[in-house]
Design a protein around this ligand. Structure first.
Ligand SMILES: [Zn+2]
Length: 701
């Protein structure tokens, strides 16, 4: 190694650059994926995760040598300014490692001036200290300025800050242990680096070579794991159930607004399979959700009750992410289980986890969920940068995936069906699909099925644009991109529903199976400054999908009368011959729809809130066709009346113009009985907030 010769500087720069970025890649993988998996045992490493990890490692192995060569060139140009006594290997290693520290520092500074709400001070400061150590090049610090130590300390500090910043950190059982443990690890690692460095004098090249080998090994593991592919599905042979009682399959398409389904007349053909299923079913074209967020709406679907009664809704500050479903009221799964059904559930949405009580009554309940590639916090800026660079060479949308694909949900179900505990019993199956949920990343070819996609748009871009929209500012391209991908997600789910239908048919179970297709709430694309959901009582968020294929298709056609998702449980129970308990407020739809009014309630949840409702609005609404009346706590009390037959998008508030109607609707809404909240129901269940940031909901700023 000779820093006075250009080829030597460039060559060793490449070597040390590769070593530094390999070390970073491995440490980052450990923190982002391994630590994530340890703290959340339900998280999985699917093949596509490894495929993307392989892309990342490959990118690091390409970037490292390039930046290392630049560092080597810098050392050559400054060769006369460096002390003659300096060790050439240390000079070149430091020069090639410096870009890594500088990039971390730059990211920290950029974060300090961004509007993301994350703090970059600590990252900028720690990286600056390491940069100074690298430039100073003192032998006394041993390996303290080695890429392994730099990466470990900065990502470890990030983990600390992240835990401390979490609103719920003190409620996490392991948070304090984690904070103390990581702090101790950082201190021990730094001390060890100083001491070990003194013993390993002259071994720097070996350490560098080992670093590169570790990076290549991780790449090889990623490639092998990615090539495995998903296990093939062997659906159970023979009839799925020998019982003469009808089976029930309830599928919730999470976040799907009714007006984006071609089976309901949407301009793009998003649901060809649902159209086919509709020929044997009743399509309810005016189905209204009881609320606008997964937890609350699913709780209403399962209990047949409105939210104020079942208690599973957001209640900041103690239960910002939602309260547990009251154990007092039976769920459809519990009642089916008691009456002899085998009950199986597979959900992509983490809100359906046991902490919230939504798994009650299921013999088996799974939530297959991937380890995310880009967790939502400030530590992974370098990974975000690298992902952005990769996006100039190919499609990187799947980096933003937070949820399992519907095909993974189906695969899990088919596996459960193959090993049923009670093959003679009829079955009740619940599935939840998340492919139409933010950040809208349907798999190919559905990502290009509908026009409007901006290929290089990332989840980061969408996050920035969402804040703009919610503040009443322009976000050019946001809506068309998101809608194209949202529609693609719906079309992909439609295909997966088609697979379930085909699976039932191929096992002669279709005819005697009740199939209920519903969505839990809709989605906002900038209407009234609303993005995503859990932030309003408007039709974009409450008008949902509901289709029922009754056993033997005893009822068919289209039903335009008002129905509520609270009707789902009574309708299923009635079809299965199970008594509907008096707690259920919904109706058996098979008995007829008729003239009726339906209610909805929304609550202040931790989401991106629109500019007119910054603190979160709680609303109640009453729909009595064609009128919809909304009472909101916005600005201390706001009321709206819409005629949905003439104004489906709720643009003209008729509160003043139709005072008589307004007064009548208000009176009916006021008369709506409210349960008295008991002290017990208000008590907070701390465990349920564990890991909720994984849900993909941004915290309201
Ligand atoms: Zn949902």
């Amino acid at each position: 190694m000779d820093r006075h010769r250009l080829p030597s500087c460039l060559g060793w720069g490449v070597f040390w650059g590769a070593a530094a970025w390999s070390a970073y890649a491995v440490v980052e993988f450990v923190f982002s994926s391994v630590v994530f998996r340890i703290t959340r045992p339900y998280a999985l490493f699917p093949g596509w995760h490894w495929h993307l990890t392989g892309m990342l490692i490959l990118a690091y192995l390409a970037i490292g040598p390039a930046l290392g060569a630049l560092g080597g060139l810098g050392a050559y140009l400054l060769r006369d300014k460096i002390s003659d006594e300096a060790d050439d290997a240390r000079v070149l290693e430091s020069a090639a490692t410096l870009p890594l520290a500088l990039m971390m520092m730059a990211n920290g500074i950029a974060l300090m001036f961004s509007e993301t709400g994350f703090s970059g001070h600590w990252q900028a400061l720690a990286a600056a200290i390491f940069a100074v150590l690298l430039v100073a090049g003192s032998k006394r610090i041993g390996l303290l300025a080695n890429a392994w130590v730099i990466s470990g300390v900065i990502l470890g500090l990030g983990q600390e800050i992240e835990l401390l910043h979490l609103d719920v950190a003190w409620q996490l059982g392991a948070a304090m242990k984690g904070i103390i443990g990581i702090a101790a690890l950082i201190v021990v690692a730094m001390a060890l680096a100083v001491f070990a460095g003194r013993f390993l004098v002259g071994r720097a090249v070996h350490i560098g070579a080992a670093s590169i080998a570790a990076g290549i090994l991780l790449l090889a593991v990623a490639q092998v794991e990615a090539s495995r592919g998903p296990a093939s599905v062997h659906a159970a042979s023979g009839a799925l159930s020998t019982s003469s009682r009808p089976n029930v399959v309830l599928i919730v398409m999470d976040t799907v607004r009714a007006d984006h389904l071609s089976v309901y007349g949407y301009e793009h053909d998003t649901t060809p399979n649902l159209k086919a299923l509709a020929r044997d079913s009743v399509a309810y074209t005016n189905a209204i959700s009881a609320s606008d967020i997964t937890l609350t709406s699913h709780a209403s679907i399962f209990t047949g009750m409105y939210p104020s009664w079942h208690s599973a809704y957001c209640q900041p500050p103690e239960a910002a992410y939602g309260r547990r479903l009251s154990p007092k009221y039976p769920t459809v799964a519990e009642l089916m289980q008691k009456s002899g059904y085998e009950t199986l559930g597979v959900a992509a949405n983490l809100y359906l986890r046991e902490d919230f009580g939504l798994d009650r009554g299921f013999d088996q309940f799974h939530i297959p969920r991937p380890v995310p590639l880009l967790p939502d916090d400030a530590r992974w800026l370098l990974r975000h940068d690298v992902r952005r660079w990769i996006s100039y060479t190919g499609d990187t949308a799947q980096f933003d995936r937070l949820f399992s694909l519907s095909e993974d949900v189906n695969r899990d179900l088919f596996g459960l069906m193959e090993h049923r505990g009670h093959p003679d019993a009829p079955f009740f199956v619940f599935l939840n699909y998340m492919d139409a949920h933010f950040p809208y990343v349907p798999p190919a070819p559905y990502n290009s099925r509908f026009p409007g996609r901006h290929p290089r748009t990332t989840g980061d871009d969408l996050g920035v644009q969402q804040y703009a929209l919610s503040n009443g500012k322009e976000a050019p391209g946001y809506v068309e991109h998101c809608v194209s991908q949202y529609d693609g997600g719906i079309a992909y789910e439609d295909e997966q529903i088609g697979h379930v239908v085909q699976w039932l048919k191929s096992h002669d179970a279709y005819d005697n199976t009740m199939i209920v297709i519903a969505s839990d709430h809709g989605e906002g694309f900038g209407e009234r400054h609303r993005v995503e959901h859990a932030n309003g009582p408007y039709q974009s968020l409450l008008h949902v999908v509901l289709m029922v294929k009754y056993p033997k298709s005893t009822l068919k056609g289209s039903e335009a009368g008002l129905v509520s998702l609270t009707d789902v449980a009574p309708t299923i129970l009635s079809a299965a011959g199970v008594a509907v308990p008096p707690t259920m407020q919904g109706h058996d739809l098979a008995a007829g729809v008729g003239l009726r009014q339906v209610y909805s309630e929304t609550f202040a949840c931790p989401v991106i809130r629109p500019v007119e409702c910054r603190d979160g609005c709680a609303t109640t609404s009453l729909l009595s066709w064609p009128y919809k009346y909304i009472a909101s706590n916005e600005h201390g009390g706001k009321y709206e009346l819409f005629d949905l037959s003439k104004d489906p998008n709720e643009k003209r508030n008729l509160l003043i113009r139709e005072q008589e109607q307004s007064a009548a609707m208000r009176e009916r809404l006021d008369k709506w009985p409210r349960p008295v909240q008991t002290r017990e129901a208000k008590r907070l269940d701390l465990d349920k907030e564990k890991g909720l940031r994984d849900l993909g909901y941004a915290i309201g700023k």
